[in-house]
Design a protein around this ligand. Sequence first.
Ligand code: HEC
Length: 124
Amino acid sequence: MRHPAIVLMGFIVAIGLIARLVAVAVEETKPPPGASLGQRIYYRYCIDCHGRSGRGSCRATLFLIRPGDLTDPARMRASSDTYLHELIKHGGAPLGKPGMPGFGSHLDDSQIDAVIAYVRTLSR
Ligand code: HEC
């Protein structure tokens, strides 16, 4: 059997690494300095599920949420601004996308348009 002190050291290092990973995951929610309104809204309300890139966050994967790929140009081209506005305002349930929550109580129409404009940049 190995020396208990070495096992303990390994344990402490492992905890440190986990804490570091959690810190990285949490810091990810800060938008870069000089971010546009749409980008700031996206970082505040959307990245928990959609991730910074738009491909889905690791947290979403962890909780088996499938938010789809917002970087897919074909998919985003097929979604009109009106559709996206409805989706973000009232949530996906009425549109057959039940996993997507509505943000009508947090965001007004111009904020929704701003975040749509930002989301469209993710597929370019
Ligand atoms: C709680 C997790 C969650 C949050 C927060 C969230 N979404 Fe979603 N979103 C989803 C899921 C899940 C789907 C896929 C829905 C489905 O297919 O049933 C989705 C789908 C979408 C789609 C694609 C719809 C389509 O027809 O392909 C867009 C665009 C989108 N979300 C934008 C946003 C924006 C913008 C925000 C922030 C204002 C946001 N989402 C916040 C979970 C989330």
